[in-house]
Ligand binder design. Sequence first.
Ligand code: SF4
Ligand code: FES
Length: 365
Amino acid sequence: MSEQPLFKVTIDNITIEVPAGTTILNAARKIGGEVAPPAMCYYSKLEGSGGKCRTCLVEVSKGSEKDPRPMPKLVASCRTTVMDGMEVKNITSEKVIDARNGVVEFLLINHPLDCPVCDQAGECHLQDLSYNHGKESTRFEFQKRTFKKHDLGPYIQLHMTRCILCYRCVFTADQLTGKREHGVLDRGDHAEIATFIEKSLDNEFIGNVIDVCPVGALTDKTFRFKNRVWFLKPMDAHRDCPTCSGKVTLWNRGDEVYRVTARKDQWGEVEDWICNTCRFEKKNTGDWVIEGPRLIDRHSVIAQGHYAGSIGMHQPKETFEAVHNGRKPKLLMDIHSVSNVNRPEITLSKLDRPAHSTDFKPNQD
Ligand code: SF4
Ligand code: FES
């Protein structure tokens, strides 16, 4: 195959050369840092992904050397390839920031405020986006979408209300399991991950849908409500697995393995797909050869926790009444009675030690 010519592209005033056919998003990722637009649906390892969520919109202020006219509208950087001499604005464009704020507001229209009870909290891309681009209140006055519950078996929990319809899990099931068993049914605000997801569940690699889901719509039932990710210590480990590479990240507390995930790169993408046996059934440290602590970005809430020391009975000073000039909340929910996950005789907030899996009821749906 002949070598691709190199195109010069300038993104946020930084010029690099990339092979023709590279998307703006991947060119920006080569520069790295803030210059790389956020991506909620694009996934470099999944063919056909991208073009769904619009979080990666950028402004093309110069089309190319040959045709320097700017593009009239913002474009999805994951689906637009670079041209020679192209100039792109991401964080340096007010239009982009404004549009991204709008996209985040749209994504949150139907997304429930589940973060306090959602297992994805702390590693949720939508949560990160909301911190950077979200509004402090909502303008949406209507009822959010509701769905019939689907039981996906003992390993995977589907919360359709949290789904942002990025299609990543559909591509994962399609491309890893070799047969398309689930998809997105209906369109508009009726669109949902199809019931036929149940049919792909017998595949050894289907657990990877949990890792690709950018929000908490697909989570690991064997880890559900057991701990918060920022209290766990991620360790790189491997085992001799006949099915997959066996290279994983263990999420430990002391000697207890709370969950097993694939290793993820700096863009939050899986490095090597792992099998269900490694992910769900090898929960003893003895099953693994520990390589050492996983390097976590220092900006991540997981790095902030530093595993120990931050756990304890510090009552927050910023109570509802304190920040609302003495006004009492209209409704107070006891999260323990609502979520019903801990053993009834145990009040989690009264424990003078970290909570362990034995404090929770087994196999919560
Ligand atoms: S369940 Fe998750 S991965 Fe699948 S479409 Fe919804 S948000 Fe994307
Ligand atoms: S990442 Fe480009 S549209 Fe979703």
